[in-house]
Design a protein around this ligand. Structure first.
Ligand SMILES: [Zn+2]
Length: 115
């Protein structure tokens, strides 16, 4: 498997997320500095804010997963399913380079009721 390729993919994605998070952060800061007089504006600002925050949360989670994947590359454990220990298919890693599980285990994890 071409580890170098996936490492580059992960680093690229990481940089993209960091950039996005930075942009979102300054947007949120701008919003907080804006004076709001109109109730309608305020409501729409709040909704935007919530969506932004949800995206931010999602990206932050992805960032952690990317960091973990990069650590695995250094440790020589990248691309191994955490559940069954089988190699994850490169095709899957191309779509989701920070995947932790193979497709079969992923399905099991997703079906498991949340505790
Ligand atoms: Zn597995």
């Amino acid at each position: 498997m071409d580890i170098k390729y996936f490492k580059e993919l992960l680093i690229e994605r990481k940089e993209q997320i960091l950039k996005n998070l930075d942009a979102t952060r300054s947007e949120l800061a701008d919003l907080q500095n804006t004076e709001i007089n109109d109730d309608g504006d305020y409501a729409s600002l709040c909704t935007d804010n919530m969506i932004e925050r949800a995206i931010q949360d999602q990206q932050q989670k992805e960032l952690i997963e990317i960091e973990e994947a990069l650590k695995k590359i250094d440790e020589g454990e990248y691309g191994i399913c955490e559940m069954c220990g089988e190699p994850i298919k490169p095709l899957r890693l191309k779509i989701k380079p920070f995947a932790k599980y193979c497709i079969i285990c992923r399905e099991i994890v997703e079906k498991e009721p949340k505790k």
